[in-house]
Design a protein around this ligand. Sequence first.
Ligand code: CA
Ligand code: CA
Length: 422
Amino acid sequence: MNTYQPSQQQSQSNSSPLSESVLSSGHNTLSQWKGIKWGIFRRILIVFIAIGTFGFLAWFTNTYIYKFFASNQTATISVLKKEIEVGVGEAFTTSFTVNSSQSEDFISGAELILEYDPIYLEYGDGGSSGFVPLENFPYDVIYEENDPTIGKVEIVLVNPSDKEYPAHQLSFVFRVREDLTREQVFGLKNKVHIYLSKDPKFVGQAGGNGVLFEAPTSDTVLSAVSIRGETPSEEAPLLQGNISAKLIIKTRFQGILGEPVGSKGPMMVRVTLHGSSGGSKTTTISFQPGADGIWTGEYSEQNLSENETFSIGLKGPKHLAKYICEAQPSETVGGTYNCNDKKIALIQGDNNLNFSNVILLAGDIPVQDGIIDAVDIAFIRANLGTTTSSVLSRGDLNLDGIVDTQDHSLAIAALGFKYDEK
Ligand SMILES: [Ca+2]
Ligand SMILES: [Ca+2]
């Protein structure tokens, strides 16, 4: 390093009024003052060099070294369920996972655009946001702008947790427009697509350092949606005979242990008789609550054949469908009863069918689609603490007059079974 030494001449020509007054007091004092002045200058110089060096290093590291070590990662998109079939007015979720190329990468934010056909589809299910928060993949919605005239959603998500996941699931709810005419549905020859627009941005970290993800450079089809024009086909009929059976069915619903506090009214349950001949018949029956948590529904069925035995399917208003093959079934663990036979013989007159030792799992809330999924869970989560009747009619699973964490826990518990029995 060059050491700067001021010459005698320079010092003299640069002498200030202050140094002149010192000069008059004698030569010894003058050289002392010069020494002090040079000391101060040297310290300032060192500080400046230090600041400059550190600043340069920080800039250099940030510009070159950092990017060299934290080279860009590739973010791949996997679509969870591309083919979707829904009816008019029905909601569905479209989901995908973002996988980073290294398992220890942590995706901390995403900025993406979804595109859909606004003639057939709506973003969201009537709520303010269409983003479906999932417990294991926490993201906060920072920005969400939906343009329903062109079918375009811009959304910015930030992961507030510091957990590292090898893949991140992102789910969004859409709905088939309720005002679709039959002509529009039948005129629809092709499926309706939802796209993740090209070049979505993902940012993240790996081992504490920033990582930039290279995302797909073309549009990705997230969902290919078929819209059902009509209700499912007619059931095949039961065998005809001359038995008039009165069915007295007792059942229990998951989470309801006694007399309901909130809605005391009947629970409307779809009861399906499946005959051994392959025919079936579905009737919606009202079930009345009892103080012991057992609900009873009664109805009569005419013209049954003595040559036929049955299984009985029950589908509660917020519940997964359950099939029962015997008059007095039981299970040791709620939700595990399972059967394939048709062993119930119905006789003339009263038939006591005590299904109360088999539980009907709760969680497929209205509008029901035969599955407990993110749409059901998200509705309950979004309405925790709510007591308004419109929300209770959908989300209050244990009928205690409030949608709260108990309902959430019930739905989560039933999530392990997830689907209607078929
Ligand atoms: Ca559902
Ligand atoms: Ca409740």
